[in-house]
Design a protein around this ligand. Structure first.
Ligand SMILES: [Ca+2]
Length: 174
């Protein structure tokens, strides 16, 4: 009963405080938007690496908001600048063609730039994403600064129309 009285007192004096602690804001904001992105190669002027973190999930490649590699074993990487406990990545697939190209893409997260970051911890593998759709991948926290999308194989093209990265909030590790 004593605890209940304390709660009532807190609610009376500090209603905002009690409300905040009773709700769960577990995710950070999207850490990828505006961050620096690079990729293994670029197919043409429409397919820059930065297009996957421009805050625009437009899925028509011709409108210049998607990435597009050229060459084998393509990869794309975003630098979060700090180490985070990443728990969610969402990917928007190309919508005007070629949705199947995303199959088998690996989400890899870590600190290392060895092998361009493509040997960092495997967090999830893309089975398929419908044409123009955004798919969310949730996984156990993986600490890292670099988030890679790696698509191993010959004759593969990697196109990402938007990539969002979320961490457990308040867990930035300096
Ligand atoms: Ca985009």
């Amino acid at each position: 009963m004593g605890d209940q009285k304390w709660v009532i007192l807190l609610l009376t004096l500090f209603p905002g405080t009690v409300k905040a602690t009773s709700e769960c804001f577990c995710l950070s904001e999207n850490l990828a938007v505006g961050a620096v992105a690079v990729q293994s190669s670029t197919y043409n002027y429409l397919g820059a690496a930065q297009n996957a973190v421009d805050g625009n999930s437009e899925s028509n490649y011709m409108l210049g908001s998607c990435t597009h590699t050229a060459g084998d074993n393509p990869w794309w990487k975003v630098d979060l600048k700090e180490v985070h406990k990443v728990i969610r990545v969402s990917i928007t697939n190309r919508g005007d063609c070629c949705a199947e190209r995303i199959i088998g893409a690996q989400i890899r997260i870590g600190y290392s730039l060895a092998n361009n970051g493509n040997s960092n911890q495997l967090a999830a593998i893309v089975d398929f994403i419908q044409s123009g759709e955004t798919k969310t991948f949730d996984f156990k926290p993986v600490k890292g600064r670099f988030v890679n999308i790696f698509l191993p194989g010959q004759g593969k093209y990697l196109t990402l129309c938007e990539v969002n990265v979320f961490a457990a909030k308040g867990t930035t590790l300096r």
